[in-house]
Design a protein around this ligand. Structure first.
Ligand code: 6GU
Length: 232
């Protein structure tokens, strides 16, 4: 997969995605990550990329033309273009699975108070990673690129590592333990050391359902209202 980021701060994306699993995926060619900086597409002496908002208000906006040119430099027919903004659709695992099928993703990262609204129609999707405000789209791009990269076939060693995991089945994962069997007086649940695979599977399922109900009742299927239930 090819990914390009349109950003004024490529280092905010390049550095975190040079470590660990994604760093290795880049070295091994599963992910090709490139950058296009709007500042490189300015023509004035100060290489200006931002200006004050019409109508007043605090902060600065990214100007449309440098962003447009930086996008144009990387966009291809096959590109799926995403603008990162807290106003966008909330990112989740089903969307990560959809994005992992694309050949080329382009992420446009807003900074300052955002981007001139006239660039929005250039994108296929406006995307947010949650209900809080970041200083810019770059940390959000890192989160989305990470979640997508680990779904590219071959990036994770175990092919089933992405099947039984949190959110894929709409449940949080059961707790995990490794050696020692007793650590500072705390023992590993006896089901996990029983060697009985059916018992282990049942224990994990029950733990996953209990945990989901407790921490994320919004995800718990049993707690959801039946479909078509009359609203009062
Ligand atoms: Cl995509 N951008 C910014 N600036 N803040 C966010 C976000 C994106 N997603 C959540 N908060």
């Amino acid at each position: 997969m090819r990914v390009d980021a349109v950003t004024l701060f490529p280092g905010m994306i390049d550095a975190p995605l040079s470590e660990s699993i994604v760093g290795r995926a880049r070295q091994e060619g599963f992910l090709e990550l490139g950058f296009s900086n709007p500042r490189d597409f300015t023509e004035d002496r100060h290489r200006t990329v931002d200006d004050k908002p019409y109508g007043g208000g605090t902060g600065m906006l990214m100007m449309a033309e440098p962003v447009y040119r930086a996008l144009k430099a990387v966009r291809k027919k096959s590109s799926f273009v995403i603008i990162l903004t807290p106003k966008g659709r909330r990112f989740d695992q089903p969307l990560a699975l959809e994005l992992a099928k694309k050949k080329h993703l382009v992420f446009i990262c807003g900074h300052y108070e955002g981007i001139d609204e006239r660039v929005t129609p250039l994108a296929d999707l406006e995307l947010s990673i949650g209900d809080y405000v970041l200083t810019g789209g770059e940390p959000a791009a890192v989160a989305v690129i990470d979640a997508v990269t680990r779904l590219i076939p071959g990036v994770l060693k175990k092919s089933d590592a992405t099947v039984n995991e949190t959110f894929t089945e709409g449940l949080l994962e059961a707790p995990h333990y490794t050696r020692p069997a007793v650590w500072r007086g705390k023992a590993v649940p006896q089901e996990l050391v029983s060697g009985n695979h059916k018992l282990i599977a049942e224990w994990r399922r029950a733990q996953a359902e209990a945990l989901t109900g407790k921490s994320r009742p919004d995800l718990a299927p049993a707690k959801r209202k039946p479909r078509g239930a009359a609203k009062k």
